[in-house]
Write a protein that binds this ligand. Structure first.
Ligand code: ATP
Ligand code: XMP
Ligand code: GLN
Ligand code: MG
Length: 516
């Protein structure tokens, strides 16, 4: 999807750096739109994009390696400013006739840099700047037309420029927070060198997205699978703004939702936003099919398939539908340049993304250019309440994968009550937003306890609270003992059927966030 407002954009060519996404973040934070593309994007495509500037990311390779990734050298003939970061700077050097070699003094981490030229890129800077380095190669000879604009003890060309051609290279990483004024440096590149205007805001995004959705859908009908989570909720409200009653949302109660969740979602979308919402109470269907199943993958498959059946049925009832709306985000669509090879299936994540092939619907993905926190900003701009925007992620298979062993109505009820207490206490402690996910898990283990002088033989509940930036890796949260204590005693006292609470202190990897 390309919005008019994106007429001014920066292209980032990715050479496989761990932090390429951060370059995009730092650019967008300054209200300039940018996109990440693989390093081998064709020159023709680049020309179509007509970027105001190009940034070459870092990467793990060395330019002199046999299979080192190279961009089309035509990038340097477009008359467009180029900023090379680390590997990007080395590649620029290599491709423009300079020399890069393995350095005997590698630099990793914090370094003090002396600035030799405080023009353009370093405008507003003093004579020294703290930067973050991560390289083992260095520029031995700059290409013709370049001169060094900064150096460190071990790196004579820590930054260089050819201001005539508007080519810049930095050996350090301005995109990471450990380079304190890195964002300002990137800003100098964007505004002073490339001449960008800071016009890309959420308000402008809404305006152009609405126009585009209208143009695309015309008088057609759109359905949206709504989970009540951040992504699908924001997408629904955005599309509703564009199309009003042409949008039909479908929200499924699969019997695996948290306490009060169904009422909250129905109420918010029907009463508050006045969005057409088809509420499908399919709890019995899901739970009947899950009866007797204990294998995690089987549970996931059953739930995923049931979702697809249901959506097909509901869509058939609605008659002609042209589009299926989805909350696909930018991290899902960035083509990664690393060749990962076939990877092991750890869990089959259920996503209604499996639908379109089966249903023959065109896709409408209006936030596919945004990062999660930008989607939150968008939600705010659309007037959505904080409780939706800041909701912790909740998996599609819901409580089924937190109910270890067989999923029964009785055990789900226990889990729902325990989970509500966890969230309540986490909120009271003011920790809800800063924790990625916090929840309860019910184990198929019963242990002996004593309550009121009588013997109990009840279930164990495990608490899980993790921090993560993308769900790929996670660390357990060092919850204060008082919070853990309050949760534990409330669950044991208030939830019948539980007499023991334990805290999960494992990291991902090797554990995962959910237990199944
Ligand atoms: N109970 C449900 N009813 C209808 N659609 C659902 C339901 N659960 C999940 N979905 C669909 O599956 C998609 C994937 O879920 P996912 O959890 O990844 O995203 P989300 O719920 O929108 O946001 P978040 O990541 O914040 O939970 C949802 O966007 C939604 O379209
Ligand atoms: O939409 C989803 N459908 C799923 O099937 C699913 N399984 C796990 N999750 C969420 O993904 C993140 C990583 O979870 P794991 O470490 O358990 O794999 C965590 O945020 C999990 O909550 C899911 N989300
Ligand atoms: N972070 C990077 O881009 C590293 C580039 C190159 N491999 C070096 O070590 O110098
Ligand atoms: Mg969700």
């Amino acid at each position: 999807m390309s919005h008019d407002i994106h007429s001014e954009k920066i292209l980032i060519l990715d050479f496989g750096s761990q932090v390429t996404q951060l370059i995009a973040r730092r650019v967008r934070e300054q209200s300039v739109y940018c996109e990440i593309h693989p390093y081998n994007i064709s020159l023709a495509r680049i020309k179509e994009y007509a970027p105001k500037g190009i940034i070459l990311s870092g990467g793990p390779s060395s330019v002199y390696d046999k299979d080192a990734p190279h961009s089309d050298a035509g990038v340097f003939d477009l008359g467009i400013p180029v900023l090379g970061i680390c590997y990007g700077m080395q590649l620029m050097t290599h491709q423009l006739g300079g020399r890069v070699e393995r350095s005997h003094k590698r630099e990793y981490g914090r370094a003090m840099m002396d600035l030799d030229d405080t023009g353009d890129l370093f405008s507003g800077f003093a004579a020294k700047a703290e930067v973050w380095m991560s390289h083992g190669d260095r520029i031995e000879e700059m290409p013709k037309g370049f001169h060094a604009i900064a150096h460190t003890e071990h790196c004579p060309a820590a930054a260089m420029k050819d201001e005539k051609r508007r080519f810049y290279g930095v050996q350090f990483h301005p995109e990471v927070v450990h380079t304190p004024r890195g964002e300002e440096m990137l800003g100098n590149f964007l505004f002073t060198v490339c001449g960008c205007q800071p016009t890309w805001t959420m308000a402008s995004f809404i305006e152009s997205a609405v126009a585009e959705i209208r143009a695309k859908v015309g008088s057609g009908k759109v359905i949206c699978a709504l989970s009540g989570g951040v992504d699908s909720s924001v997408v629904a409200v955005l599309i509703h703004r564009a199309l009003g009653d042409q949008l039909q949302c479908i929200f499924v109660n699969n019997g695996l939702l948290r306490k009060g969740e169904a009422e909250r979602v129905v109420n918010l979308f029907r009463s508050h936003f006045r969005i057409n919402l088809d509420y499908v109470d399919a709890a019995d269907r899901f739970l009947d099919r899950l009866a007797g199943v204990t294998d995690p993958e089987k549970k996931r498959k059953i739930i995923g398939n049931e979702f697809i059946f249901l959506f097909e049925e509901e869509a058939a009832k609605l008659g002609a539908v042209d589009y299926l709306a989805q909350g696909t985000l930018y991290p899902d669509v960035i083509e990664s340049v690393s060749t990962k090879g076939p990877s092991a299936v750890i869990k089959s994540h259920h996503n209604v993304g499996g639908l379109p092939e089966k249903m023959n619907l065109k896709l409408l993905e209006p936030v596919r250019e945004l990062f999660k926190d930008e989607v939150r900003l968008l939600g705010k701009e659309l007037g959505m309440p904080d409780e939706v925007i800041w909701r912790q992620p909740f998996p599609g298979p819901g409580l089924a994968i937190r109910c270890i062993g067989e999923v029964t109505r009785e055990r789900l009820d226990i889990l729902r009550e325990a989970d509500a207490i966890v969230l309540d206490e986490i909120r009271k402690a003011g920790l809800y937003r800063e924790i990625w996910q916090s929840f309860a898990v019910i184990l198929p283990v019963r242990t002996v306890g004593v309550m009121g002088d009588a013997r109990t033989y009840d279930y164990t509940v495990a608490l899980r609270a993790v921090n993560s930036t993308d769900g790929m890796t996670a660390d357990w949260v060092k919850l204060p003992y008082e919070v853990l204590g309050a949760i534990s005693s409330r669950i044991i006292n208030e939830v019948k059927g539980v007499n023991r609470v334990v805290y999960d202190i494992s990291q991902k990897p090797p554990a995962t966030i959910e237990w199944e």
